[in-house]
Design a protein around this ligand. Structure first.
Ligand SMILES: Cc1ncc(COP(=O)(O)O)c(C=O)c1O
Length: 429
């Protein structure tokens, strides 16, 4: 889409608007794993948009469910005793699916909203338990937990924290891959001062980093030993991305809270939430007066909940949840040969339907950028995501083998084109 830059008013998220000056890339239509721009060119959505289009695009049955709900009851607040059937039944459905004992579900409008909810719930839980000094929130380097207040403060991607002045106090980052470092941090800060530890099962935006063997089980044990609440951020990893409903099941861990969003509606409408264990919910549900003065205007929005129900129906009926694990080997097989390319340092894949191709440090130093590589892929009809020093891939769970192969061949072509234009950028011969 070409418009006069001076006429533009849409401020794009996570975007350098001074650089988004000329041509915009305008998407107009979607169907399954395919998208079309406003000129009719077709693209493979190799990232499920921002890790969320798990059932693929253009599902009329989700749109129909949303329409049916909107004409029945468009929206009404769920504060106090007021409710609606889609919100109640969605919470029941998710609670039954979650690996959390006696679960309750706090509905929100997205991932960052869920993180801030979980952080406040954790602190307030300890306050109600007579341990108000437990306010410290621990999280991991490279972790990404959204851009709201708490999420920015516990985020482990340094660039996302810069420029806002002092962030929240009483947060501590630990190296993302070390149980030993976590234990040392717990002892340094003092377990009696720690409210919760936040972790993504597989770190997504921070580079697609699967946990070292034994890490998540070890975290659960450490949290239990020291009475720290374990909050699993399943915003990316849930709803099939790792082959299970909430991603964490494959490690046999039962956290105290799970934050979710994205794949719960496959993005058809915004919705997120926090699954909370019965034990953490107990003081709020059983002691009158202990209520959480927190919640969004649109929490439990009936049309968003209807979208979630229809999306969960598709995930169940088509057996899509298991595909995140079924396809992880195939995605790894497609991406791994790229590690031989002179511009590539290595490939991370094999835990769920997500992967990353890390560019070689010498290529990056010579001026090759992940944005340039992603643009070369886009020119060839495949949409991937530049992510720090890597290119990320996380297609819809409906993707088939020929389309997976296409990601691999187009990525190679794109890297070859970059190398041909700048042969000195080659990291290795
Ligand atoms: C792990 C994780 N947590 C939280 C968020 C924030 O979600 P939202 O963008 O819906 O606020 C994201 C977004 O990508 C995420 O990847």
């Amino acid at each position: 889409m070409t418009t006069n830059p001076d006429d533009r008013r849409f401020w794009h998220p996570f975007s350098d608007m001074a650089a988004v000056r000329d041509e915009l890339f305008t998407l107009a239509r979607g169907e399954d794993v395919w998208l079309w721009d406003d000129a009719g060119e077709r693209y493979l959505d190799a990232t499920a948009s921002l890790w969320y289009a798990n059932v693929g695009h253009g599902r009329a049955e989700i749109a129909d469910a949303v329409r049916a709900q909107l004409v029945q009851l468009d929206a009404y607040s769920t504060f106090g005793d007021t409710t609606n059937a889609p919100a109640e039944t969605l919470a029941q459905r998710l609670a039954a699916l979650a690996p959390v004992p006696d679960a309750r579900v706090f509905l929100t409008t997205g991932g960052g909203d869920s993180i801030d909810t979980a952080a406040k719930l954790a602190r307030q839980y300890w306050w109600t338990k007579g341990e108000p000094q437990r306010v410290q929130l621990l999280s991991r380097t490279n972790g990404y937990h959204g851009t709201h207040g708490f999420g920015t403060s516990i985020g482990g991607i340094e660039a996302n924290r810069a420029g806002y002045g002092p962030l929240l106090e009483h947060t501590t980052l630990v190296p993302w891959d070390s149980l030993e470092a976590l234990e040392q941090a717990i002892l340094r800060v003092g377990p009696e001062r720690i409210a919760a530890f936040f972790a993504e099962p597989v770190i997504g935006a921070g580079g697609v980093l699967p946990p070292p063997a034994g890490y998540l089980e070890g975290v659960a044990a450490l949290c239990e030993e020291h009475g720290i609440l374990f909050v699993v951020d399943a915003v990316i990893c849930g709803f099939g991305r790792l082959g299970s409903w909430f991603g964490i099941e494959r490690w046999g861990v039962e956290p105290d809270m799970i934050t979710f969003a994205k794949g719960v509606t496959s993005g058809y409408l915004p919705l997120g939430g926090v699954v909370v264990s019965g034990a953490v919910a107990e003081p709020f549900w059983n002691e009158p007066g202990n209520f959480v003065r927190h919640g969004a205007t649109y929490a439990g929005h009936p049309a968003c909940c209807a979208a979630a129900h229809a999306n969960l129906d598709v995930l169940e009926r088509e057996g899509l949840i298991a595909r995140g694990a079924e396809l992880e080997g195939e995605l790894a097989a497609v991406l791994t040969p790229l590690a031989e390319h002179p511009l590539v340092a290595g490939v991370r894949a094999g835990t769920g339907l997500l992967g990353a191709v890390e560019l070689d440090a010498a290529a990056l130093a010579a001026g090759v950028t992940t944005s340039a590589v992603a643009l070369e892929l886009r020119r060839r009809g495949v949409l991937v995501r530049p992510l720090g020093s890597a290119i990320a891939v996380s297609p819809p769970l409906t993707i088939q083998r020929p389309e997976l192969d296409l990601i691999g061949t187009v990525a190679r072509d794109a890297l070859d084109a970059i190398l041909a234009a700048a042969p000195a950028a080659a990291g290795r011969a």
